[in-house]
Design a protein around this ligand. Sequence first.
Ligand code: PEP
Length: 251
Amino acid sequence: MRTPFIAGNWKMYKTVAETVNFVKEFRALVKDIDGVDVVLAPPFTSVHAAVEAARNSNVAIAAQDMHWEAEGAFTGAISASMIREAGAEYVIIGHSERRTLFGETDATVNRKVGAALSAELVPIVCVGETLAEREANETFAVLDRQVQTGLEGLTPDQIAQIIVAYEPVWAIGTGRTATAGQAEEAHGHIRQQLQAGFSAEAAEACRLIYGGSVKPANTAELIAQPDVDGALVGGASLEIASFLEIVASTV
Ligand code: PEP
């Protein structure tokens, strides 16, 4: 039985003060909600403050990206060990905004995933097709390439620990959510790929979460699908009430 996993990706929203206020209020509201892993991913500047505000609660903190090198002349970049030292437990890797706006590739995703695991961060690895790729019937081919290259070299034990987020690009920030059937079809396909490439046990244990205009009104139907283990939530994670409703609808 896989524990549901709900993560909020705040993108470039919220100051340190706003983060601390959110986490302090939110942790009290979810303190009695068991049986779901809840994660917030603030901007880098707020990671440490978020960790402190969430200490001894059932809210964990993620970073939104990282560099694969441990240190060096990489102006503006942050390493996995820096994120870990700041207290985060997770890191989002390969978000479609990183791929389209910042040149992230499956190869850089792969290097980052390896570096995250070495630093004892759990990667939340994002994959997903564009609208043009879906319309050209290339969804499965795109997912296969992203999963195979992005996760190349991982052991079955590592696959069992990581989170894979299926985020169709056409559904991110557009208000257009994949139907539960579309999400299940893609998640089922990814799980088959993990089984073929790693092991049946690893594929069974790996949590596959859906992202793309998740809202309180559509969460329950999405995560009721057998291969949908949770959600990566953008816009609806910025408000306490909507993110709380999403978390509560998983249990
Ligand atoms: C995201 O940023 O990963 C995302 C899914 O955003 P939204 O929920 O706003 O579509």
